[in-house]
Ligand binder design. Structure first.
Ligand SMILES: [Zn+2]
Length: 154
């Protein structure tokens, strides 16, 4: 997910672990009316992955199509952690905003189209692509990390 162009009001959650604390504090919901109090899902997942000794990943690795949120470059495993609202999670099936319907529909269509393109380009380049949803990570980060672990250890 290209935060800088697409989610311009959401700061990029990346950088060194030292900078992470600051980034967490800066994290705000994409829209003022949607309050986010929990940690960003990427961070929750990274913590769960580190807990089972999967470290050495790159964040938003620009050299891979679509700059996946988490990249295990050596194993060519790319992980996208999709926000349920922005990427239209099929499980949550969140309602569309009631105002500016055309704007939102077009925006969501672009997001899902971009997701599809990135995934196709990655697969074509020999990557294994894992897409996880914000709700899955929030509900059971350990489970998600373990599923990823199976792919990484394959
Ligand atoms: Zn969801």
């Amino acid at each position: 997910m290209n935060v800088s162009t697409d989610h311009s009001c959401v700061p990029n959650i990346c950088g060194t672990e030292d900078r992470l604390c600051l980034k967490i504090k800066q994290y705000r919901a994409p829209c003022a009316r949607i309050k986010v109090k929990a940690l960003p899902p990427e961070l929750v997942l990274r913590r769960a992955l580190r807990a089972i000794y999967h470290t050495g990943y790159r964040l938003n690795w620009k050299k891979a199509p679509g700059s996946p949120d988490i990249c295990f470059v050596g194993k060519k495993v790319a992980i996208f952690v999709n926000g349920c609202f922005w990427h239209r999670c099929p499980k949550c099936d969140l309602p569309l905003p009631k105002t500016h319907v055309d704007y939102w529909s077009a925006k969501f269509e672009r997001n899902t189209e971009r997701d599809r393109c990135s995934e196709e380009s990655l697969r074509a380049a020999g990557w294994t692509v894992i897409t996880v949803w914000e709700c899955e990570v929030k509900n059971n980060p350990k489970d998600v990390a373990e599923k990823i672990s199976i792919v990484l250890n394959h």
